[in-house]
Ligand binder design. Structure first.
Ligand code: ZN
Length: 484
């Protein structure tokens, strides 16, 4: 039996992710300074409160709590009727107060999970162990042998969200983060841009033999600022731990830093334990009382979530998974699609095709999102109907998308004004076909001696002469008859 050979057993990775999500409120969590300073110079959005001057008091930003509640609901967590803020004490130059205001044992929400679809069609349930509000710290930077400090980020509202050790490969971890980013943007609580630090991720990684349920010593990977980097860093760490186990070495609880330039992990420090932080209740803030009236008001517009909508597009509309994934990648695109489907009585897949091929290209080229298009969903539906009814051909339909988007006029109006309706008049087409044959003696000779592929050329010539409006099928039939 293979399993009796200790070193030939297969390993399984056990991964948990710790994310910090920057909420997209206008102001910071405890003062009225501007929250997002990505485009601002150092120390431009600061005040005595976020810099921790003596004698000032924090005032809780309600919007930060409300966004936290929306996220908690989206993660299926239990929103708590009472929660508290606590001080987490540590000394670091970018933390002017000497403590961070966070939530410790009585946080905004408890539990929660996300069911993440996997490549093989199954779902992986990722449980949530921690979901709380806190303030961010500042940033330090080393420049020309000096340590520079920027306090702009002090007091920026964050949600810290920690998953259980439920992920089992670098791909699963990357997949979860992609779905989380999609969700955060969908519910409008964060810009979730990893490159700008709106979504930060640390990964805890350990290994065990397949089939075991124990948790072995884990390492923590920090400082990864893209989903691709998370994937590569975890992969690198799994390979290192596997090698160390097979060499009989022990894994130690290191904190590792991902170095993007060298694509490698570097040891930072041995991990601090929780007791080092000497948590206690924040005496300057009241508990947060989340009564039903406030909760209901926050959740009154709670939307259908992307994964639920994706599943509904598959089951209700019969769309392939591929279409459903693209059409729920972003909320305004998804809403646009649903509005177009409502306005179009035919096959939903046809709307999906037009949207994914042509409307998506228009969006990419203009850098806009679907809600900003002048081409409204009802106009898209109207254009597809005109093509279905043979009033215009497909190419005219595609041109029409652009014309409607440029002018804001209705498709029917443009078809009328520009005479775009397809010419299905047999005698008109025959007349042009005769002309084409008369003008192309060489091609006619070649066709008659067997080069039947030239039919495409003749049809093309007829279409060209008729401004693309001829019914191509009628033209082909007429030409074939004449060239017999
Ligand atoms: Zn401030």
């Amino acid at each position: 039996m293979e399993s009796t050979h200790k070193f030939s057993m297969e390993y399984e990775a056990v991964i948990g992710l710790e994310t910090h999500i920057q909420l997209n409120t206008q102001t910071k969590i405890f003062c009225s300074c501007k929250a997002d300073s990505w485009y601002d110079g150092p120390n431009t959005n600061i005040c005595p409160v976020c810099c921790g001057m003596p004698g000032v008091l924090p005032v809780l930003n309600k919007r930060a709590v409300e966004k936290g509640v929306v996220l908690a609901r989206a993660m299926n967590a239990d929103i708590q009727p009472v929660s508290f803020f606590d001080r987490k004490n540590y000394f670091y130059p970018d933390l002017p107060k000497g403590y961070q205001i966070t939530q410790y044992d009585r946080s905004l929400a408890k539990g929660g999970y996300m069911d993440v679809p996997q490549a093989d069609g199954s779902y992986r349930r990722v449980t949530i162990w921690k979901l709380h509000l806190e303030e961010d710290a500042g940033k330090t930077r080393n420049e020309m042998g000096q340590r520079m400090i920027d306090f702009n980020r002090c007091g920026v509202p964050l949600i810290e969200m920690v998953t259980g050790p439920d992920l089992h490969s670098a791909d699963e971890a990357a997949n979860y983060l992609t779905r989380l980013r999609q969700l955060l943007r969908w519910i409008g609580v964060s810009e979730a841009d990893m490159e700008k630090g709106h979504l930060r991720c640390d990964a805890n990684v350990s290994l065990r033999h397949k089939g075991e349920t124990i948790l072995n010593t884990k390492t923590e990977i920090k400082n990864v600022n893209s989903i691709e980097a998370v994937r590569t860093a975890i992969e690198t760490e799994i390979i290192r731990q596997t090698r160390d186990y097979e060499n009989g070495q022990r894994i130690e609880a290191w904190t590792l830093e991902w170095d993007e330039d060298s694509q490698s992990l570097k040891k930072m420090r041995s991990k601090e334990t929780e007791a080092d932080y000497r948590y206690f209740r924040e005496p300057d803030l009241l508990p947060v009382f989340m009564d039903d009236a406030w909760k209901d008001a926050i959740l009154v517009d709670f939307p259908e979530l992307p994964l639920a909508r994706r599943d509904r597009f598959i089951s209700e509309y019969g769309l392939p998974e591929y279409d459903a994934d693209i059409l729920t990648s972003e909320r305004s695109l998804s809403d646009y699609f649903m509005a177009a489907v409502q306005a179009y009585p035919g096959d939903v897949k046809r709307v999906s095709n037009w949207l994914m091929n042509d409307v998506l290209r228009m969006l990419k080229e203009s850098g806009k999102n679907a809600s900003e298009l002048v081409l409204k969903p009802a106009y898209l539906a109207e254009i597809i109907k005109l093509v279905d009814a043979n009033t215009i051909n497909t190419n005219t339909g595609k041109d029409l998308l652009i014309k409607v988007n440029e002018t804001g006029k209705s498709p029917a109006e443009i078809v009328q004004a520009e005479g775009l309706a397809k010419v299905s008049d047999d005698s008109a087409i025959r007349q042009v076909a005769e002309q084409v044959i008369a003008e192309s003696p060489k091609e006619v000779g070649a066709y008659k001696s067997g080069k039947l592929g030239l039919m495409g050329f003749f049809v093309g010539q007829v279409m060209k002469k008729m401004g693309g409006k001829a019914d191509a099928q009628l033209a082909r039939t007429a030409l074939e008859e004449m060239l017999k």
